[in-house]
Write a protein that binds this ligand. Sequence first.
Ligand SMILES: [Zn+2]
Length: 449
Amino acid sequence: MRYFLRNGRIWTNDGDLIDKGTILVEGNEIKAVKPTDELKVSPGGSDEVLNCKGKLIIPGMVNAHTHLYSTLARGLPLPDYSPENLSEVLTGLWWKLDRNLDEEAVRTSARIGGMELIKNGVTTIFDHHSSPGHTAGSLRVIEEEVVEKLGLRSSLCYEVTDRNGQEEARRGIRENLDWLSAVSNRDDDLTAGQFGLHASFSLSSETLEEVGSYLEDLDTGIHIHLAEGREDQEDSLGKYGTRVVNRLDNYGLLDEKSVLAHGIHLSEPEKKILLEKDSFLVHNPRSNMNNGAGVADLEGLISRGLRVGLGNDGFGFSMIDEFRAALLLQKIYHGSPNILGPDAVGETLFTQNYNLAETAFGIKVGKLKRGYKADLVVMDYPSPTPLTGENFFSHLFFGISGNNYEVETVFVDGNPLMKYSKLVGVEEREEYQNAREISARLWEELKDN
Ligand SMILES: [Zn+2]
């Protein structure tokens, strides 16, 4: 079956904006991207033509660090919760929540989170999962919901931690190994895996050593929270006499496949090591602001040549909002309106995140070009000023927000996940009603813990 996305304004992410163009999708790939009057192929019997007249078409976005399991925490009342630092955010909220997630809650969190990602034009995710009360098989449950039912391209991992004791750490390691073994035997481009670790301060030396021994034989890297709060460095210096990057490096955990979320409190020598290892940092500005965790020096990291992508750390699901927050936060942090422009921050989301996805899934993705995977987003954005291949990021920063745009159609791997503002094969109202019931039950359980 072929899809013709007709007469859109196509931003190719390859320097061009075709004002009235058509994209031909065949199988899971883009077969042609051309001005409509130059595309000679005509639709046949089973082909579908989507009218995209005047709509903006861009590559589907990648979220490089997220937590689907956090979805049911929205609006959660916690009477005695008044955290003073990141550690208290974790112990007072997230570590209470994740312990109480059973299979149904994991499933529902993933489903609603996945639906909202699609509605925000996100087509690939790197999820970091935790459910100590339901560890074994939890990644398979997430796969059923977000990959099999919704169709998102997903790299999954389970958060190994010693905070609930060694036995739970072993279960987490097992879940990662089981998942990685399952995906390595597959012939699909929709699933991938990483070795999930919580953060240095909740991981024992024995656990890090064990994970390091497995990594040698795996075709993937770790996905960990790195120097998100000052506590991570204080713990490492206090207990092990070394900083977190050095500690992870000592166990052979850092390489070009490592995905390191946050990287806020890093010393100059640590940045040098990350540059040498070519590891991938993920900036999550809204979560960092929300937790009062500090500000990652995005400008400094980029100017040192480090690879930096963009994630949401489970905070909302719009990567466009995250992009805007990243840029605004750097201006505040550096006290300058000119420290990083939209193009430089756009690189994180529209170059680095795609590089990460290409390596993880072994595919070509992120440009609207022949031979690339058909992951794309059609949005209604009635621009009041000229939109060109050169000024797209400026529109993304100043204009594509709030009521000025609406994601209407989303394709992943050549399949429509959302068409004309409706999720394909999903009864949204019923799903939200069901989620409210599961959330109410979960919240009730949290009261007693
Ligand atoms: Zn996170």
